[in-house]
Design a protein around this ligand. Structure first.
Ligand SMILES: [Zn+2]
Length: 407
């Protein structure tokens, strides 16, 4: 956001500068605007031309250095010399570069971040460039945001300015309680508290999700990060023995979330749940276990059956193919890929047919939600409570004010 403001400022500076050349770029003017713009341009004095301006641009995938330098306003002869600076090989797509460029298009200085916190600076020194590296003063701050589901979790995250990494962590944390492919409804809402790394006030990247609240179909779940796990307010671990959804959750697959598959919701009729999904979507084991069967079986087509502890097993059908190494006897952990969505066997379109079985009988998995992670150990409960209270207060604040306003 901040860099955009900087960019607009630079454009204004460029506009003022261009006014002395032969070409004054004119927007197709609304009549009353033209009257205002022309006298103003005439009043600009040459003495006000900036000697140099700061510019910021993102190095994009597929960018060549020369195209990138042109966007920064670096003149061609300078660009050719600058392109020979070895440190520029550290430039990765997505990285923001700040540059001070003279009115004549000379790059006075460039700086950008590599790895987590190394700031590379390239400065014009006579006819050559001087390169230096230093540890950037990266700060960590906490960000509080809320969102309301209208079409998908990612659309809600986008609307609230929440990065993908946080939306993914949010869906992971509640993956044992909410099937993000089937359970989301319009009006579901969430609040997140997360870490953000920033350099000179500008957000660099998101860190960990610290606390979250998700209200799904009227049920509210809360999670607090503590140690290396997420816990409910009472200290129970949010990690469940089984994930709610056998499909990976991503920006690509999330679009299917609010779309009703025609034969979904009828698990009683055919003893399973169907997930409409794009061919090739990753299918994961919902729990730890061992592959009992991986092969072709009549109407199921290519199918994997995983045996879990106790009486539980799960079945994944109509796969296009199996994940490598998946065969009878293979040990799988929760969230491991076992195959990919297809339409083998009796399937009218690409989808995953999923069965949750207890003692060999298909059951509705929504009645089973056993915690599998350890709760907060009793001696640590006072410390956990103190930690959780602070974050809960932030979530309360978000719940009471922002969410009420959004409705
Ligand atoms: Zn089915």
């Amino acid at each position: 956001m901040l860099w955009r403001i900087g960019f607009v400022g630079v454009l204004a500076a460029l506009g003022a500068f261009a006014a002395f050349g032969t070409v004054v770029p004119h927007a197709p003017a609304v009549p009353e605007m033209r009257d205002l713009v022309e006298p103003l341009a005439l009043r600009v004095q040459p003495a006000q031309a900036p000697a140099a301006y700061m510019r910021e641009e993102q190095f994009r995938r597929g960018d060549t250095l020369s195209a990138f330098f042109a966007r920064l306003g670096i003149e061609e002869s300078h660009a050719a010399r600058l392109a020979r600076v070895r440190a520029l090989r550290l430039l990765k797509p997505g990285v923001h570069v700040s540059a001070e460029v003279s009115a004549g298009g000379a790059p006075n200085s460039l700086s950008f971040l590599v790895d987590r916190d190394t700031l590379v600076q390239i400065e014009l020194a006579g006819e050559s460039f001087r390169v230096s590296e230093q540890t950037a003063p990266v700060e960590t701050r906490q960000v509080l945001k809320t969102g309301v589901i209208r079409s998908s979790l990612f659309a809600a995250a986008d609307a609230a300015g929440i990065p993908d990494a946080i939306a993914m962590q949010l869906s992971d944390v509640f993956a044992g309680d909410i099937d993000f492919h089937r359970d989301l409804r319009q009006g579901d809402r969430f609040a997140v508290v997360y870490e953000q790394y920033a350099l000179q006030g500008r957000a660099l990247r998101a860190g960990r999700l610290l606390a979250a609240e998700f209200t799904n179909q009227g049920r509210t779940f809360r999670a607090v990060h503590y140690g290396s796990s997420y816990y409910a307010a009472d200290g129970t671990n949010l990690r469940k023995a089984f994930l709610r959804s056998p499909l990976e959750f991503s920006r690509v697959t999330s679009g299917f979330g609010l779309r009703r598959h025609p034969i979904a919701r009828q698990w009683l009729a055919h003893r399973g749940i169907d997930y409409g999904a794009a061919p090739g979507t990753r299918v994961r084991s919902v729990g730890d276990g061992m592959v009992e069967f991986a092969g072709v079986k009549g109407n199921y087509g290519k199918v994997v059956i995983v045996r879990h502890h106790g009486q539980y097993s799960t079945l994944y059908a109509h796969l296009s193919r199996f994940a490598s190494g998946v065969q009878r006897g293979t040990r799988v952990a929760q969230n491991d890929t076992i195959g990919f969505v297809g339409q083998t066997g009796w399937a009218t379109g690409p989808h995953l047919h999923y069965e949750f079985r207890v003692g060999g009988e298909a059951r509705n998995p929504f009645s089973v939600a056993m915690p599998s992670g350890h709760p907060v150990p009793p001696p640590q409960m006072p410390a956990f409570r103190a930690h959780a209270e602070v974050l809960a207060a932030r979530l309360d604040l978000l719940g009471a004010s922002s969410l009420a306003m959004l409705e």
